[in-house]
Structures are given as structure tokens and as C-alpha cells.
Design a protein. Structure first.
Length: 216
């Protein structure tokens, strides 16, 4: 009997908080570093930013011998394949897991930037876990810290969990694979470069997320 995958979505009423970036980076980390079988459903219609990212990755891979060597080395034993990225409208997203071939541990859904978009609410209701990225406002550090403490208290009273690990606002998170550079972070074919992964807190964040998704 096939196991049921865990369905995870990154969703926020506000756009521009890095949903797609977090989805791509974590999908690659769990698939290529942790060895879990991952799939991604890009529901961010009509941009489909993750599908476009995969397209850029493939084109840049063709132009870079260095990345080709990394790619071949990563898959030479056949145990870790590139995860699929499937596009879907939000209203049809619930049907995708049943149509994917193979068994998956995690299926990530990248939803549109507003719950007012058609089908988003229904998609959210089908998820096992919803993670909501929050970006602090650009204000003085004292006010920002006070607001964070206040929001944290409100969320906890609602019975929800706030991550202990906070991802810093680093430019490296947006660094894609290019033929002229050996460093990349946001990539759908390879995990983040070790030099960029250091001090990014991504590993700690992913470990905390894994404890939530797979308790015990």
C-alpha cells in the first residue's frame, strides 16, 4: 500500500514575503540534502515562478561544466532524482497528488499571494500544514522587536506555533545558478552551495520544520 505524502503549503495574505523562494530552497534542501522524496506544485497562477525557475536552471546547467559535474555526481547512484514541479490552478491543486507517479514524502504547494484568489481557500483546507512567512516592517529595531513579541503572544494564544528559528533577510537567498558563478542558493536542481548555506540558518529552520511535520 502506498504511503500518503505530507501536503505543505506556504501561504500569506500579503505578497512579496518570499513564499516562492522559501518553497524552492526548502524543497531542494529536503530532496537533495535530507534525501526525502519531494514534489512541488506551483499554483502561483499566472506567474508560475517556480516552473520558470526550473527552466532557467536547466538552461544555465547546459552552459556550465562545473554545475554539470555537481549534477552528475549528485545523481550518479540513482537515489536522488530531481524533484518534479507541476503547475496547477489553485482550484485544481487538490487533484495533483493523486496524479503524480511514485511515492512522495513531501509535496510542497506554492500558492498565490492572496487568499482572495479563486480556489486558494479550498487548497488551504486540503493541506496538512500551512506555513506563513512573515517579514518585519522596515522600522527601528526597538519598535520591530516590540511588535514581534506582541505578534508572537497573539499567535500563541490562538494555539498556533511560531518558529523559534528566524531566517535573516539575506541577499544570498535570491542567488540563482549562473554559468559564471560557482555559488548558488535558490536552485531547483541542486542544494544551496555550502559556503552560502553557512550562517543562513536554513539548516536549523529545516530541522525545526521537519520536527513539526514528522513528530517523533
Amino acid at each position: 500500500m502506498n504511503k500518503r505524502p505530507i501536503l505543505v503549503a506556504f501561504s500569506n495574505q500579503k505578497g512579496g514575503v518570499g513564499k516562492s523562494t522559501v518553497t524552492a530552497v526548502l524543497a531542494s534542501y529536503f530532496n537533495y540534502v535530507r534525501g526525502l522524496k519531494v514534489a512541488v506544485v506551483d499554483c502561483d497562477y499566472p506567474q508560475f515562478s517556480l516552473e520558470k525557475l526550473r527552466g532557467r536552471d536547466l538552461k544555465n546547467l547546459e552552459k556550465s561544466e562545473y554545475h554539470q559535474r555537481l549534477f552528475c555526481r549528485q545523481f550518479e547512484d540513482g537515489s536522488r532524482k530531481a524533484y518534479p514541479i507541476v503547475t496547477s490552478t489553485p482550484e485544481a491543486a487538490a487533484e495533483i497528488p493523486g496524479k503524480l507517479e511514485g511515492d512522495y514524502d513531501l509535496i510542497f504547494f506554492d500558492l498565490p499571494g492572496t487568499v482572495n484568489s479563486r480556489g486558494v481557500f479550498e487548497s488551504v483546507m486540503n493541506m496538512d500544514f500551512i506555513f506563513t512567512p512573515i517579514v518585519k516592517d522596515r522600522m527601528d529595531s526597538r519598535t520591530s522587536k516590540e511588535l514581534y513579541v506582541m505578534y508572537n503572544a497573539i499567535v500563541l494564544r490562538m494555539g498556533l506555533k511560531v518558529f523559534e528559528t528566524v531566517l535573516p533577510d539575506l541577499e544570498r537567498f535570491n542567488k540563482e545558478m549562473t554559468p559564471s558563478s560557482r555559488q548558488h542558493f535558490r536552485c531547483t536542481l541542486l542544494p544551496p552551495s555550502e559556503s552560502l548555506l553557512k550562517d543562513s540558518r536554513l539548516e536549523a529552520f529545516a530541522q525545526e520544520m521537519e520536527r513539526i511535520i514528522f513528530p517523533g
